[in-house]
Write a protein that binds this ligand. Structure first.
Ligand code: NAD
Ligand code: SER
Length: 314
């Protein structure tokens, strides 16, 4: 990868991935795009374009003008927001991905990353240690777009030789940018509320176990997959990926070790139904074998780092 474009660069993952890619490949080689008016302060030194991923002509112009050879396509509507307007979720997620893939062929790009999610899974799965080739019957429009995104990514790899890679990310926890409307957002909100108000009302029930991952692990996994030798990859757009799994009550218990006054209460809403359809733990042995994936952060280390960083910031 020489010259990289990121879509959805101002989001939870994009904002931190941009900084790490700049550290590795040089800031001038990383071009940021998003639908928002202007870049956030932490990214103000980057070249930034406001562009809708559904606007193929504008994307093409930006890719050509900047001689881009690889794309990290992160622009999407996430699970909870997607359920509020499923047609819009389909429009952004599918037409955005299709534009990126078609431009990958037209402009002979070298690599494209399109993330999938644990939301690709649904009815009929074994929720414990969900295997790579489990059935995919998603319960949300977001999940439908993720399954379709994986399929079309794999199809473009086989049919056109386009090097498309993707990970089924678990819920991502991060300290720098707030999450963008997903079912796992509670695991970030809880830290802000614990520090500011010493209490949090969870929209998932106390024992809703989900696969989760800290942002540094997410960034490492993403870059490691993109830098892996294609000869070693048995999968392309749909690698299972895991780190740890926990429920709101487990996270609350860890937070209490650092903030003893912290109290959690539970008021499950529509997002609980989404969480019920997702795996609790994931078998990511393909990733661990093919490109030596290993996560670093457990629940204790995540809580310590989140509380350290957010206490300074808030
Ligand atoms: P996010 O919501 O924080 O960021 C998405 C970004 O896309 C936002 O900055 C938004 O402004 C931008 N965007 C939305 N519509 C757009 C459009 N039409 N054109 C251009 N930009 C647009 O999401 P994220 O958490 O950073 O997720 C990035 C990717 O990772 C997505 O594909 C998501 O499905 C996937 N993922 C995320 C998680 C997670 O827990 N964060 C888990 C699984 C998968
Ligand atoms: N964290 C994401 C969501 O909740 C999973 O894809 O939507």
């Amino acid at each position: 990868m020489k010259k990289i474009l990121i879509t959805g660069a101002l989001g939870q993952i994009g904002s931190e991935l941009s900084l790490e890619l700049a550290r590795r490949y040089g800031r001038d080689n990383i071009i940021l795009t998003d639908i928002r008016e202007e870049a956030i302060p932490a990214l103000s030194d980057f070249k930034y374009y406001k562009v809708d991923v559904r606007d193929k002509a504008s994307l093409k112009e930006i890719l050509e003008n900047n001689k881009i050879d690889s794309i990290f396509h992160l622009a999407a509507i996430l699970s909870a927001n997607g359920e509020k307007n499923p047609q819009f979720c389909w429009d952004v997620n599918m037409n955005g991905s299709l534009n990126i893939l078609d431009l990958g062929i037209e402009l002979k790009l070298s690599k494209i990353f399109i993330p999938s999610s644990i939301a690709a899974f649904g009815d009929g799965i074994d929720v414990k240690n969900t295997i790579q080739d489990s059935v995919l019957r998603p319960s949300t429009m977001y999940g439908v777009t993720k399954v379709a995104g994986e399929s079309i990514g794999n199809y473009y790899f086989e049919k056109f030789g386009l090097d498309v890679r993707g990970l089924r990310y678990p819920g991502i926890i991060s300290s720098e940018t707030l999450p963008g409307g997903g079912t796992t957002d509670y695991a970030v909100e809880i830290f802000y509320e614990a520090i500011k108000n010493k209490k949090y009302e969870s929209f998932l029930k106390e024992d809703a176990v989900l696969p989760m991952m800290y942002m540094p692990d997410c960034i490492n996994a993403t870059i490691q997959l993109m830098e892996a030798d294609v000869k070693n990859l048995r999968r392309h757009a749909d690698y299972n990926l895991a780190a740890i799994s926990f429920a709101p009550k487990d996270l609350a218990q860890e937070i209490k070790k650092i903030i003893p006054e912290f109290e959690i209460s539970y008021k499950p809403d529509y997002r609980q139904e989404i969480a019920d359809s997702w795996p609790q733990t994931i078998d990511d042995s393909y990733a661990r074998k093919d490109w030596a994936w290993e996560h670093e952060f457990g629940i204790e280390a995540i809580c310590k780092d989140m509380i350290d960083k957010l206490s300074k910031k808030l």
